[in-house]
Write a protein that binds this ligand. Structure first.
Ligand SMILES: Cc1cc2nc3c(=O)[nH]c(=O)nc-3n(C[C@H](O)[C@H](O)[C@H](O)COP(=O)(O)OP(=O)(O)OC[C@H]3O[C@@H](n4cnc5c(N)ncnc54)[C@H](O)[C@@H]3O)c2cc1C
Length: 477
C-alpha cells in the first residue's frame, strides 16, 4: 500500500500517523508515533495489550508540561470516549466514559436540576484528565476531586479491565486518581452529583494579612457558600478581593441555565494582555476595574457559574509570549508566612504575574500523590512568559525558588504545570511517590505508560530493584 492510500485510510479509522501533541501553552510540542481516538473500552484494551512500544494518554490537553505525551508513543486521544452511560437522578450519581468533558455532563444533568459536585473553574476538561490530576475548584466544604468519586474502571498495561473504589482494589483507586496516566487508562468513572441551586455573588476587600482569619471565621463553615476564591493582586500582593457565591431564594438576574457554548470572548483576552503590559495596569485593575466588574450582585444558577469556557482566557496569539499557570498548596496556618516569601521571589525575578487566586481545600482521603494531605490554601499563579529559550530558563529558575519556599512552609506544588522541579523537590513535595512507583512497577512492569512527567521522575530509577527504589529515593519529609 502506498503512502497516499495510507494517508487517506488511517484518519478514517481514527488513526493518525506521527503527529505533534502539544498543550494549550504551545510550549511543549512532542512528536508521538501515532495518534488513535478509540471509542470503546474493548478497543482500548486491544490497543494497550497489543502495543509493542510505549503508550501515552491525552484528554483535553490543558495540562502544561508534556504530561500527555512522550516521544515515540502510541497516543490515545480519549476525547471520543464521551458518552454518559447511566444517570441515577434519585441517587444523584452519574457513570460516564472518561473522555467526556464537564460541559457535556452539565448539559446532560442540568435538565434534572443536578450539578457536578467538584470540578475546575472551567468546563472544557475531560473527566479522565481531571481524575488523573485530581483537580479541584472553588467549592467550599470540598477539596480534591477524589472526594466526589465513587468508582473508576481502569485498563492496565496487560489489557485487563479493573474496577476500583475506596473499598475495592483501593490501591489502584488511590494510585490512578492523581496518577497522571502512569498506572493505566481510566475508561469510566462514577461521580456523585449534587443539587443545582440559585446562588448570589458578593465580595469583600481586605488586607491580605487579614484574609486567613476572615476565611476561617466567615467562609469555611458557612454551609451556604457554594463557590469562593480570593484574588491577591499584583504588583504588591497586599490586598485581597474575596468573591463569594451563596445559596439564595432571590429571583435570578439571568435566566441562562448554562453559558452558551458559542459565546464570543473578544474583550477579556485582549484586556488581560493590555493590562499586564500597561504601566500601572495592574494597579488600575485592582483599584478600579475589578471592583467595578464585581460591584453588582448577580443571582444565577450554580451550573451557569460552573460552565465557563477557557476561550475566555485565550490571548490573540501565543507566538512570542504565552499565559501560563502554576499552583502552590500551603497548610492553612501557613498562608501569612508564604505570601511574603512568594512576593519576594516574584519581585526578585520580575515575574510578569497577572493574578494569584487563593482557594481552599479539605484534606485528600488518601491518594498516593495527594497535594492536600491536610487542609490547605491553594495559590494559583497566572502569569505571562516569553516563548524563547532564555525566557523559559528564567521561569524555570524562579519556579524552583518558589517551590523551595512552598516546601519551607510544609507546602507542595501542583504537577500538571511546567516540569521544572528537581527530583529532590518532587520527592519532598510528594513523599508517597515511592509507593506510587512501586505500584507502577507492579502493574506496568515494562513502563508502557509514559509521558514527560514520568520520563523525568520515574524512568531514570526504573532499572533499580524495588528495594533499591526505596533506598535510592530522597528521604521522605
Ligand atoms: C485555563 C486553565 C484553568 C485551569 N483551572 C484549574 C482549576 O481550576 N483547578 C485545577 O485543579 N486545575 C486547573 N487547571 C489544570 C487542569 O485542570 C488540568 O490540566 C487537567 O488535567 C486538564 O484536564 P484535561 O482533560 O485537559 O487533561 P490532560 O491535560 O489531557 O491530561 C492530564 C493528565 O491526565 C492523563 N490522562 C488524561 N486522560 C486520561 C485517562 N482517561 N486515563 C488515564 N490518564 C489520563 C494524561 O496522560 C495527563 O497526564 C487549569 C488549566 C487551564 C489551562
Amino acid at each position: 500500500m502506498n503512502w497516499l492510500v495510507l494517508a487517506l485510510i488511517l484518519p478514517l479509522a481514527g488513526v493518525q500517523a506521527s503527529e505533534i501533541v502539544n498543550d494549550v501553552t504551545r510550549l511543549n510540542p512532542i512528536r508521538v508515533d501515532q495518534v488513535v481516538r478509540p471509542d470503546s473500552v474493548g478497543e482500548i484494551r486491544k490497543l494497550v495489550s497489543e502495543a509493542r512500544g510505549p503508550v501515552s494518554i491525552g484528554g483535553g490537553r490543558y495540562s502544561m508540561g508534556g504530561q500527555t505525551a512522550s516521544e515515540g508513543t502510541l497516543h490515545l486521544d480519549m476525547r471520543s470516549m464521551n458518552r454518559v452511560l447511566e444517570l441515577d437522578v434519585e441517587g444523584k450519581r452519574i457513570r460516564v466514559q472518561a473522555g467526556i468533558t464537564w460541559r457535556d455532563i452539565q448539559e446532560a444533568i442540568d435538565p434534572h436540576d443536578l450539578s457536578v459536585r467538584i470540578m475546575q473553574t472551567y468546563s472544557n476538561f475531560t473527566v479522565g484528565g481531571s481524575l488523573s490530576v485530581n483537580v479541584h475548584g472553588r467549592y467550599i466544604g470540598e477539596g480534591p476531586l477524589v472526594r466526589s468519586i465513587e468508582s473508576i474502571r481502569v485498563v492496565l498495561a496487560d489489557g485487563s479491565l479493573v474496577d476500583a473504589s475506596p473499598t475495592k482494589n483501593s490501591e489502584i483507586f488511590f494510585g490512578a486518581i492523581g496518577g497522571y496516566g502512569g498506572l493505566g487508562v481510566i475508561v469510566e468513572a462514577t461521580l456523585s452529583l449534587t443539587k443545582n441551586e440559585k446562588i448570589e455573588r458578593t465580595r469583600q476587600r481586605m488586607p491580605a494579612k487579614d484574609y486567613s482569619h476572615y476565611f476561617r471565621s466567615r467562609i469555611r463553615d458557612d454551609r451556604n457558600v457554594v463557590f469562593q476564591n480570593a484574588d491577591l493582586y499584583p504588583p504588591f500582593f497586599k490586598t485581597v478581593n474575596s468573591v463569594e457565591w451563596r445559596r439564595t431564594e432571590k429571583p435570578l438576574t439571568s435566566e441562562e441555565r448554562l453559558i452558551p457554548r458559542d459565546r464570543k470572548y473578544l474583550f477579556q483576552p485582549r484586556a488581560i494582555r493590555t493590562l499586564n503590559h500597561l504601566p500601572g495596569g495592574k494597579i488600575l485593575r485592582s483599584a478600579l476595574i475589578d471592583p467595578l466588574i464585581t460591584a453588582k450582585s448577580p443571582v444565577v444558577w450554580r451550573n451557569h457559574e460552573a460552565s465557563y469556557d477557557v476561550a475566555e482566557l485565550e490571548p490573540p496569539s501565543r507566538e512570542k509570549t504565552t499565559f501560563v499557570l502554576q499552583e502552590y498548596f500551603v497548610p492553612v496556618g501557613k498562608l501569612n508566612e508564604f505570601i511574603p516569601r512568594m512576593r519576594k521571589v516574584f519581585k526578585k525575578h520580575r515575574a510578569r504575574v497577572f493574578n494569584v487566586s487563593i482557594r481552599h481545600a479539605l484534606p485528600d482521603p488518601g491518594t498516593l500523590l495527594a497535594w492536600a494531605p491536610e487542609e490547605v490554601f491553594a495559590l494559583v499563579v497566572y502569569y505571562e512568559q516569553g516563548t524563547d529559550e532564555r525566557a523559559k530558563a528564567r521561569v524555570a529558575d524562579w519556579t524552583r525558588e518558589l517551590i523551595s519556599e512552598a516546601l519551607a512552609v510544609n507546602g507542595r506544588y501542583y504537577l500538571p504545570y511546567q516540569i521544572h522541579a528537581t527530583p529532590e523537590q518532587f520527592h519532598s513535595a510528594y513523599p508517597r511517590a515511592q509507593e506510587f512507583f512501586l505500584l507502577k512497577k507492579k502493574l506496568d512492569p515494562t513502563n508502557k505508560f509514559r509521558n514527560k512527567l514520568w520520563d523525568r521522575y520515574f524512568t531514570p530509577i526504573l532499572s533499580k530493584s524495588n528495594q533499591d527504589i526505596k533506598t535510592r529515593l530522597p528521604a521522605s519529609k
